[in-house]
Design a protein around this ligand. Sequence first.
Ligand code: GDP
Ligand code: MG
Length: 394
Amino acid sequence: MRGEVHSHLEESIRPYIDLIDTLRSVGIHKDLALPTIVVIGDQSSGKSSVLEALSGVALPRGNGIVTRCPLELRLKKVPGVNWKAVLTYDKKADESVNSSNFAAQNELAGKGVGIRDELITLEVMSPDVCDLTLIDLPGIARVPVEGQPEDIGKQIKRLIMKYIKKHETINLVVVPCNTDIATTEALKMAQEVDPEGIRTVAILTKPDLIDKGTEKTVLAIVHNKVIPLRKGYIMVKCRGQQQINDDIPLEEAAQMERDFFQNHDYFRCLLKEDNATIKSLAVKLTQDLVDHIEKSLPQLQEQIKKQLWSVKKALKDCEDGPPEDLEGAKEFLIKTLNGFNEEIKSLSSGEPMTEKNMFAQLRAEFKKWNDYLNSTKTSCEYIFTFKKQRIPFS
Ligand code: GDP
Ligand code: MG
């Protein structure tokens, strides 16, 4: 994948992704949904392995929930620089990233096994990555491990739903080939929010671990014959545990992936069809994201215009703000406080007959009170007479 990923697409792509990244960094995503790729899947389905192969960043791995907060991975292809990464979380930036985000996750989600909604951002600049922004979410867990809240599964699903239900999100669903693909929870969730599969891409991992004899079934799935998705399926082979233990570098793993497909009796055809390998995935994802951004831009512009208009309207209702310089600001503050005092005084003095005047406002209340007293007069008389009549009998 080194250096060669879709260099021809680069120039047309970068401006779109930069635009969205800039909008996100000024906080627009809190008001409007921005086009994003979100990675979901069961625990150990291979999410981190796919992200790692795409980014060249060694992501934390292990058993149980490793990704405990949403991790935004911003990949930027910058020619001629050394690999550099900046981790941002809780408004802090950490440039000494040694390709692990454990510390940040512990700080945000607390040490242990819980999850949190706060986003960690890892920006990677390198000549060897593709231009993409992806969000890695915690894997779907079914059984809580020790120390985890009983409803951890629900919490994770809620977090995942929050991201995938937005129409601006491309859902990347990671499913291992050696499971019953059609019944995977992640695929079901994606189908729920995107029934027509317009913005869902499925990635089938671990083809080397496939249960012998099921190849044809899996091939039918990749060929979109079982659960049709408009954006389709891609099969990838990442590094297995043994290859990680043996420290096999990512480039070598990419070559091994190619060899694997070329030598595979059933899956060889996927290479020609561009439905296999991390490299095809990178090209496809980037193009998908850019198409998606292009489509969303007019709508986004419309939404921004609407919000700007309502903010401007609200601003108009306010008076001019304080001057920028310190001396001017001080004077402005004193003037405002004095004005406030004056207003309170005049409101309580009872003199000017404006609508805001306290006496003018209270007059109506006094009138109501007076009417009420008058209305109870008869009943008082009545009680009095009634009591007088009853006295001789009591
Ligand atoms: P995550 O929990 O979804 O992030 O899954 P990981 O990426 O941590 O992967 C879980 C395990 O599956 C790791 O030990 C990986 O090495 C292994 N793995 C991932 N992809 C493949 C693959 O294509 N082939 C093989 N053999 N193992 C894989
Ligand atoms: Mg993971």
